[in-house]
Design a protein around this ligand. Structure first.
Ligand SMILES: Cc1cc2nc3c(=O)[nH]c(=O)nc-3n(C[C@H](O)[C@H](O)[C@H](O)COP(=O)(O)O)c2cc1C
Length: 189
């Protein structure tokens, strides 16, 4: 594989809020990525709440669409808020749906995560829960650098990530992510 190959990164945001800091940070990460990565952001807000009765009648088209997007992506980038010390309900719901596919799409998928919260901790507890649950489904995580964006209200303005230090952290994470994707592609194809 040539060093200039562009890897398709699927962005998944765990907040549905229109003025979400996590979505703003995800868009910033897309701009700060090295040339070898290209971000496409998907939506998870239209998935119904997981219910085995719905699944029995057939997977909803939105779940099948998300699975296909994950399968087609070289890697996944999660922007995760922290709700009550854990993963947001919509993100957990999306993971529950994906986990029910027999050939499920997370297996051996390289992924990175950052989190943004209003409080000072920056979502560490939610981020580690996300890492734990997706490790169980076969995701291969970029371990470092970790990025926690605390006190988010002071770091964004008009829907943009304006804090230079945070932009630098994200830039460094995206560089490491590119290297990680290359390594995982060599390992798993
Ligand atoms: C239901 C709920 C639970 C929350 N729980 C936490 C929490 O456990 N830790 C935290 O730092 N912030 C918590 N927050 C505050 C969020 O960090 C804050 O609303 C943040 O802006 C959400 O991310 P977003 O801007 O991407 O929507 C919570 C917010 C909501 C609505």
């Amino acid at each position: 594989m040539s060093t200039t190959a562009t890897f398709k990164v699927l962005g998944i945001c765990g907040s549905l809020r229109q003025k979400s800091f996590n979505m703003a940070a995800l868009k910033a990460a897309g701009e700060l990525m090295p040339a070898g990565l290209k971000l496409e952001i998907t939506g998870i807000g239209d998935l119904p709440m997981y219910n085995a009765d719905i699944q029995e009648k057939g997977f909803p088209a939105v779940a099948t669409r998300l699975r296909e997007e994950i399968l087609a992506a070289d890697a996944l980038l999660f922007a995760s808020p922290e709700n009550n010390w854990s993963v947001s309900a919509c993100l957990k719901n999306a993971i529950d749906w994906m986990s029910r596919f027999q050939v499920q799409p997370f297996q051996n998928k390289p992924a990175a995560v950052f989190s943004a919260t209003g409080g000072p901790v920056g979502g560490a507890r939610g981020q580690y829960d996300l890492r734990r649950m997706l490790s169980g489904l076969g995701v291969v995580w970029l371990a470092r650098p970790e990025v926690f964006i605390g006190n988010a209200a002071s770091k964004f303005a008009e829907g943009k990530l304006t804090d230079e230090t945070t932009r630098k952290f994200l830039t460094e994470q995206m560089l490491a992510f590119e290297d990680w994707i290359k390594r995982m592609k060599r390992a798993f194809g």
